[in-house]
Design a protein around this ligand. Structure first.
Ligand code: AQP
Length: 340
């Protein structure tokens, strides 16, 4: 491998820490599907080692891992075109993460807003893994020399940290070995918000099920949640600027745009002056139309867990074939003796 010769390669992942949400779909999976093709090698991962940074019941974790894989397959990730696997089956992630723990600075980690959000006032009691999470994420990406990482807005800071780690490694060891990876944050729904509070992001692990749409929700549940979503009394304005201090209204417009694959401006142009009595049912119908087939396909796939495991095993073999030489070269650069 020649240093500094980087194949255009996409890496991204999802934690199996609960049900997949509409946020995961619009902010990540849907865009991953669109990146498959001749421009990139695409590698998609169920990041189970990230999930255990907070407590996971073992049986639930195994089910959630297969469910996330099923969600990706049902949405259009093609396991022939893309490499699809779960992180713990490729030990290079954890091994490279240790090297990066020794490259990243404590001060950098202290600035990570996701850690602050997740730890809250409890920083003494959370796991060391939650704190070190961004170094593992850097390893996930750089074990493949990935050049592009499509993520939601919430992960931007972690991809920037990945660039800092790559740059410091290259600088410290006087190599141009790791690429400076680009975050790809595009589209109208890169930050899907909670349906009950438009200032918080929609999360798998949020307290109430009513605040999120799960990719496994049936048509009635999707409709009910969207019709009950918090809004304000005003009708939709005729420009996006008119939604400036209306986070819940803006969120529903962005969700509509993401599902319809149009811009938020186009949604406003179509619904200017509409009240919620018209907009919410239209949004609910659209969401059911787009998510219904995915949810049915997920159920079909989940009925055959052995087949999902076969896909993950095959993906892990292919992932390992890329990551192992990169890990070995990293060890050589660092000066770790490999005598077998
Ligand atoms: N609300 C969201 N809007 C847009 N994108 C989102 N993503 C997650 N939530 C939203 C994107 O989905 C990918 C996988 O994220 P993840 O599940 O690995 O981690 P997360 O961002 O911490 O997701 P959650 O749902 O908030 O998980 P919990 O509650 O378990 O911590 C990423 O690309 C992310 O940007």
């Amino acid at each position: 491998m020649t240093d500094a010769a980087f194949t255009p390669r996409v890496f991204s992942g999802i934690k199996p820490s609960g049900n997949l949400t509409l946020g995961n779909y619009l902010g990540a999976i849907k865009r991953w599907v669109g990146m498959q093709g001749p421009d990139f090698e695409t590698i998609y991962c169920v990041v189970d080692l990230h999930a255990i940074t907070v407590w996971q019941d073992p049986a639930t974790l195994a089910d959630a891992t297969r469910e996330v894989a099923a969600g990706m397959l049902a949405s259009g990730i093609d396991p022939e075109t893309s490499i699809l696997f779960n992180q713990s089956q490729v030990p290079a992630h954890a091994e490279l993460a240790w090297i990066f723990n020794c490259v990243a600075r404590v001060g950098w980690m202290n600035r990570m807003t996701q850690f602050k959000d997740k730890a809250g006032k409890n920083t003494e009691k959370v796991s060391l893994g939650l704190y070190a999470y961004p170094a593992l994420m850097a390893a996930d990406i750089l074990a493949y020399h990935a050049t592009h990482v499509p993520v939601g807005e919430d992960q931007k800071q972690h991809v920037e940290l990945t660039r800092d780690i790559a740059a410091k490694f290259n600088h410290d060891f006087k190599v141009e070995f790791f690429p400076l990876t680009n975050p790809v944050i595009e589209g109208p729904a890169t930050r899907v918000m909670n349906l009950r509070d438009g200032t918080k992001k929609m999360s798998k692990s949020g307290e109430s099920d009513m605040e999120r749409i799960n990719m496994t929700d049936d048509a009635d549940t999707i409709s009910r949640k969207l019709k009950k979503a918090r809004t304000d009394p005003e009708p939709l304005p005729d420009t996006l600027d008119g939604l400036k201090n209306r986070p819940e209204a803006r969120n529903l417009v962005d969700i509509y745009a993401g599902l319809a694959e149009v811009t938020s401006d186009a949604v406003i142009a179509e619904y200017a002056g509409a009240g919620w009595g018209r907009f919410k049912p239209a949004l609910a119908d659209l969401a059911v139309e787009k998510l219904g087939p995915i949810s049915s396909e997920m159920s079909r796939l989940m009925a055959d867990p052995a087949e999902i495991d076969r896909v993950l095993a095959n993906g892990a073999d292919r992932a390992e074939a890329i990551a192992q030489p990169i890990l070995k070269r990293t060890y050589d650069i660092v000066g770790l003796v490999r005598s077998r």
